[in-house]
Design a protein around this ligand. Structure first.
Ligand SMILES: Nc1ncnc2c1ncn2[C@@H]1O[C@H](COP(=O)(O)OP(=O)(O)OP(=O)(O)O)[C@@H](O)[C@H]1O
Length: 741
């Protein structure tokens, strides 16, 4: 098995006072990549040194694997922009292009949780375009291995080399080139196949990809996975196998160089195994490196390599499938499973000492190390200019760069413009580049085809897909997707609408005819307004928590996957707040107006007019505060089943602590605790509006003064609670970060 050969830079550029890097032909370094913004970055001289600065590009710049706004350069530094890498040698930038096929090497991976070893010293190397199946008994560490190799949960010890680069060190940059199909479905089942994929494409592709191009790519993957006839079907009506294919299609949107699948056929009809395996074989043949964790061993012959894991997270075998049975001296795969389950330690030891280990693990690893050493000692990265080089025109003013036409994405390279250099180079073919005094970093292919020779999809689109799009675009896409999911799920949409109607109906059980208005002087005491207000604020708390408490936990798998693919948590949380806030407002309007229907609203208001608006605003604030509380809890719990008891306790607590049920004035402890309950402040603001102190003179509460300042104080406290809870929800969401599972 070969490791990637040293690859050559495709161009070199002299560092000058100011070198503009971007997609437009008016740049000094014009990168043929639509992932690159027109005016993407600049190399600037600062005294004797140079720095690279992001000019506000949508996809950013990565300095030695980390996204940065600007960075001071030292010789040997790598700047990655889109699929291009520029290596700085102190005087020049050498350009390399990553076009797809990559190798993968896991070296001595060990995962430990406390004193428990989940993965024990696992190593393997895969060439580009290889298909690896990981098999083994349940609990032997297959998923742990996948998480370690994809960087989702990095190994405690050991390294993963993505085409010769350390994955963990360069995770921020490389994670966009890795596709992962987890065990759980990561799609909204309420959406149709095409719609779900279109939203995924909008989230994963960069901002400047036109919608028509995104949609074209969606149709391409639908076709590739033979889902044309299912494109308009809701995902929850698909068979298990079809659903898995949609999950694979989702990952293929961005044409990742590495594709991982964690038990793609678990729980499916066994006949689907072969189909899925054949599809994976085809994907590998088209240049992708594919790793599949599977329980099914019937079609292992389609793979290039099989990794058998023993209980205890040890390697029992790594090599071609054809030699597996003979290695274990087994009649069939069931026999192999029995051996690695019952005698895992023994077989792990036998494999360590075997010829197979030497041939398929040690030697390829040594080859890789040797190739890396050769690269380090390589004399010079040279590149041959193509026969016809079109020199870039002299630099245009900054504005002109915007208007300049895109560089042809198929062009191999460009030559730096003479006029930007203090020592202008003559136009024409670029000279050979002098040897740089630094180890040339590995991979990047100057060619744009995979080994089989067929093009690797639409490269510009693929390249653009690897970095997150801007937050605003993500935010709007997520809002639209959430609305689509709710509207597509008619039952849920009706529930959301029916809930305030049902609550309003219940409110009419409160006896009385004056509603929130003051009763006529003939009525000495009326408890109606107090009771109504309690029902309104507690009902609003229920509406808010009920709508949000399952929202994040129910889609935590989707969130995790999307997060690894570049989703921004702030955009995600903001979209939830927006859509749920909108739902809160609609529900509260229905709830409040229907509750006082036939009775009457407050007689007068303190701040907002008419008085009903003042009450509605207060009740809506209680609902929104409770919604954010629900979101924070939803990010904290592990299963949606845990949310039901929490919902009940929270609503009960809001009732008790509202201050409307009984007097809190003398209850010191309760009074303090009640300050964190949104209903306490919602009831207080409402009580100020309706002048509760006058309506129920025997109930005392210092928060109920019928003054604008008392009303504002309650409202501001609720706004403060919202702000604190948003921060709490964001912190709670960290639990769902890749690498924290
Ligand atoms: N965070 C953790 N803390 C402690 N133990 C863990 C943790 N994650 C996994 N394990 C344990 O590590 C072992 C390997 O788990 P893993 O999920 O990798 O197995 P698997 O081979 O993928 O199993 P299956 O085939 O059943 O999916 C199991 O015994 C599991 O209980």
């Amino acid at each position: 098995m070969s490791v990637p050969a040293q690859r050559a830079p495709v161009a070199a550029y002299q560092a000058t006072e100011r070198v503009r890097i971007g997609r437009g032909a008016g740049n000094d370094i014009a990168l043929a990549d639509l992932a690159v913004s027109r005016r993407h970055a600049e190399l600037r001289r600062v005294g004797d040194a140079y720095e690279v600065v992001d000019l506000g590009s949508s996809n950013g710049i990565f300095h030695n694997g980390q996204r940065v706004p600007r960075a001071r350069l030292t010789p040997g530094d790598r700047i990655s922009i889109g699929r291009h890498q520029l290596i700085f040698d102190g005087q020049r930038l050498h350009e390399f292009v990553d076009t797809g096929p990559v190798s993968l090497a896991a070296q001595d991976l060990t995962v430990q949780v406390g004193k428990t070893v989940l993965l024990d010293d696992v190593s393997f190397t895969l060439r580009q375009g290889a298909l690896l199946a990981v098999v083994g008994p349940s609990g032997c560490g297959k998923s742990t291995l996948v998480k370690a190799v994809t960087g989702l949960r990095p190994a405690t010890l050991g390294q993963v080399q993505y085409d010769g680069r350390d994955l963990y060190d360069n995770y921020a940059e490389l994670r966009y080139r890795i596709g992962m199909v987890p065990q759980d479905d990561v799609l909204h089942r309420q959406l149709t196949v095409r719609r779900a994929l279109r939203y995924a494409a909008a989230l994963r592709f960069a901002d400047d990809v036109p919608r028509r191009e995104r949609w074209k790519r969606v149709d391409e993957v639908i076709h590739t996975l033979d889902l044309d006839g299912r494109a308009k079907q809701r995902i929850d009506t698909l068979s298990g196998g079809q659903r898995k294919r949609v999950s694979v299609a989702l990952e293929l949107l961005t044409e990742p160089s590495l594709l991982f699948l964690d038990e793609p056929t678990s729980g499916l009809d066994p006949s689907l195994d072969k189909e899925v395996m054949q599809e994976l074989r085809e994907l590998a043949d088209r240049g992708r490196t594919v790793v599949v964790v599977t329980h099914n061993v019937l079609h292992l012959d389609l793979c290039d390599r099989v990794l058998v894991m023993c209980l205890g997270g040890r390697m029992g075998y790594f090599g071609p499938p054809s030699e597996l049975l003979s290695f274990f001296q087994a009649k069939d795969y069931a026999d192999v499973f029995t051996k690695v389950t019952d005698e895992g330690e023994k077989w792990a030891r036998i494999f360590r000492d075997s010829e197979h280990y030497r041939r398929y693990v040690s030697e390829p690893a040594a080859e890789l190390a040797q190739a890396a050493a050769q690269r380090a000692a390589a004399p010079a990265p040279t590149y041959a200019p193509p026969p016809a080089v079109a020199p870039v025109p002299p630099p245009a003013p900054a504005q002109a760069a915007d208007d300049a036409p895109d560089v042809n994405p198929t062009a191999t390279f460009t030559v730096p413009p003479a006029a930007t250099s203090p020592q202008p180079a003559p136009p024409g073919p670029a000279p050979q580049v002098a040897p740089p005094a630094y180890p040339v970093p590995p991979p990047s292919a100057p060619h744009q085809t995979h080994p089989a020779g067929a093009p690797l999809g639409s490269l510009p689109l693929r390249a653009r897909a690897r970095h997150p799009s801007a937050p605003i675009r993500q935010y709007f896409t997520l809002c639209l997707r959430m609305l689509s999911v709710i509207i597509s799920d008619r039952g849920y949409a009706l529930f959301l609408l029916g809930l305030p109607l049902a609550l309003a109906l219940l409110t009419h059980a409160v006896p009385g005819e004056f509603g929130l208005a003051a009763p006529p002087p003939t009525v000495r005491v009326s408890l109606e307004a107090q009771r109504l207000l309690v029902v309104l604020v507690v009902g609003a708390a229920f509406l808010g928590i009920a709508v949000s408490i399952r929202e994040i936990v129910n889609e935590s798998s989707i969130y995790r996957r999307e997060r690894a693919a570049g989703l921004l948590p702030a955009a995600y949380l903001a979209s939830k707040l927006t859509v749920l806030g909108l739902i809160n407002i609609i529900q509260v309007i229905l709830f409040v107006y229907l509750s006082v229907l036939g009775r009457g609203g407050p007689s007068q208001s303190l701040v907002l007019k008419p008085p009903m608006v003042e009450i509605t605003v207060v009740v809506a604030l209680v609902a929104i505060t409770s919604t954010v509380m629900g979101l924070a809890i939803s990010a904290l719990v592990r299963t949606s089943e845990q949310t039901t008891p929490i919902l009940v306790v929270l609503v009960m607590a809001q009732l008790v602590l509202s201050g409307g049920l009984f007097e809190l004035q003398g209850e010191k402890v309760l009074q303090v605790i009640s300050t964190i309950a949104p209903t306490r402040w919602g009831f207080a603001a409402g009580a100020s509006t309706v002048d509760m102190q006058k309506l129920v003179p025997f109930l005392k509460d210092s928060l109920w003064d019928p003054t604008p300042s008392a009303w504002w104080r309650s409202v501001l406290v609720m706004l403060g609670q919202i702000a604190i809870l948003v921060v709490a929800a964001r912190i709670a969401m960290r639990r769902l970060e890749p690498g924290r599972q």
